[in-house]
Design a protein around this ligand. Structure first.
Ligand code: PLP
Length: 377
């Protein structure tokens, strides 16, 4: 059997990883500012994380949601406190797409409506509803075309108001990333998020904050939406939540009352997943990683702003987009193969930084030096 070939690969195999350093099979060392796609939040093979997972694995790795899993309760409590949503409720699943799928479904159970508002440039995952709310026709299979999703221009308050005016009583939910990731690091404006909040209140629609990439402390606040001073009805999360262990979840406002069987998943919230997620929150708290994300992010953004060859710098904290012109199309590849620095990208020519939340100024300087070497010739 061979692999179903859907991923264009870099010809690199990573065999070892520690903190923000990874090594390939030939012994080459790389700086990881990509975090395996925003997943590595507390650094690779963090000792506390390894210890906690190993201890859990030696006790019990998995049992189903048919028994008490006290680690889930502990996780809900910690997550509620750190995200400043102690009265919200946690449903655990396995990925970002699944988190959004459940959020959209829960909204529809709640208000018995079908229509979804999503935005141009949005990415919400590849399962059926999540992909239908994703603005990329190429990855939407005919079976996913429900006709229930309306895409509006991002940050366009007037378009949003008009949509609500014309069919507001049919709108089940509005789903939005606080900062669009795949779309190219575009921030939702404060007033746009506030407008979503007020229209959702007015029409009893559900505000879903897709925090899969921009959440979990990455911007310096727990959810990127926090900076607008609004509370969403449901926050979806995954990626950084398990530092590589597949775990996702939704944080659900107290106005939703659950019933048995409403949502479910075999693997969601298993013992190992909870141990991984708890280890992440413990390290985030102990080492004040949200503050570090803000500080190093501010430093990077300030320094990047000194480089005139860059077209635009976008983002917040450690979710940074560096827009380059066509003539610098090879910079991302050169950073990887000449300077051995992993970064992310967004089409057509944005370098995306999504590192672990505990990167240091030394890491930031290493990147800035390499970037300048490629841009200033
Ligand atoms: C904003 C956002 N939502 C959802 C997803 C889907 O997450 P997953 O790949 O874990 O299903 C992603 C993945 O990149 C994402 O960036």
């Amino acid at each position: 059997m061979k692999l179903f070939n859907v991923y264009p690969l870099n010809n690199i195999e990573i065999v070892k990883a520690q903190d923000s350093t990874v090594w390939d099979a030939d012994g080459n060392k790389y700086l990881d500012l990509y975090g395996g796609h925003a997943v590595i939040s507390i650094g690779h093979t963090h000792p506390h994380y390894v210890r906690r997972l190993t201890e859990q694995l030696n006790k019990v790795g998995f049992y189903s949601n048919s028994v008490i899993i006290s680690q889930q309760i502990e996780l809900a409590e910690k997550l509620g406190n750190l995200s400043n949503k102690p009265d919200y409720q946690l449903f655990l699943c396995n990925s970002g797409a699944e988190a959004n799928e459940n959020a959209l479904k829960l909204a529809s159970f709640y208000n018995k409506r079908k229509k979804i508002i999503a935005f141009k440039g949005a990415f919400h995952g590849r399962t059926s509803l999540a992909v239908s709310a994703t603005d990329n026709p190429k990855i939407i299979a005919p079976v996913n075309e429900t006709g229930n999703v309306t895409f509006l221009p991002f940050n366009d308050e007037q378009a949003l108001e008009e949509a609500f005016k014309s069919f507001g009583n049919e709108i089940s939910s509005v789903i939005i990333e606080g900062i669009q990731g795949v779309g190219g690091i575009w921030e939702a404006s404060k007033s746009f998020l506030q407008k979503i909040r007020s229209l959702c209140d007015q029409y009893d629609a559900v505000y879903i904050a897709d925090s899969v990439q921009c959440g979990y402390g990455r911007t310096g606040q727990f959810y990127a939406h926090d900076y607008a001073g609004v509370e969403a009805d449901i926050y979806s999360m995954a990626k950084g939540m398990g530092n590589g262990f597949p775990v996702g979840g939704i944080s659900i406002s107290p106005k939703f009352k659950p019933w048995y069987g409403e949502l479910g998943t075999t693997f969601g919230g298993n013992h190992l997943a909870c141990a991984a997620a708890l280890a992440v929150l413990e390290v985030m708290q102990q080492d004040d990683l949200m503050k570090n994300a803000e500080e190093i992010g501010n430093y990077l953004i300030k320094e990047l702003n000194q480089i005139p060859q860059i077209t635009e710098i976008r983002g917040r904290g450690l979710m940074i987009g560096i827009e380059l012109s066509e003539e610098y199309a090879n910079v991302k590849k050169d950073l990887l193969f000449k300077h051995r620095i992993f970064t992310g990208e967004a089409k057509p020519n944005v370098i995306r930084l999504l590192p672990a939340l505990n990167i240091t100024k030394v890491h930031a300087d290493q990147f800035l030096t390499a970037l300048k070497a490629e841009l200033i010739k």
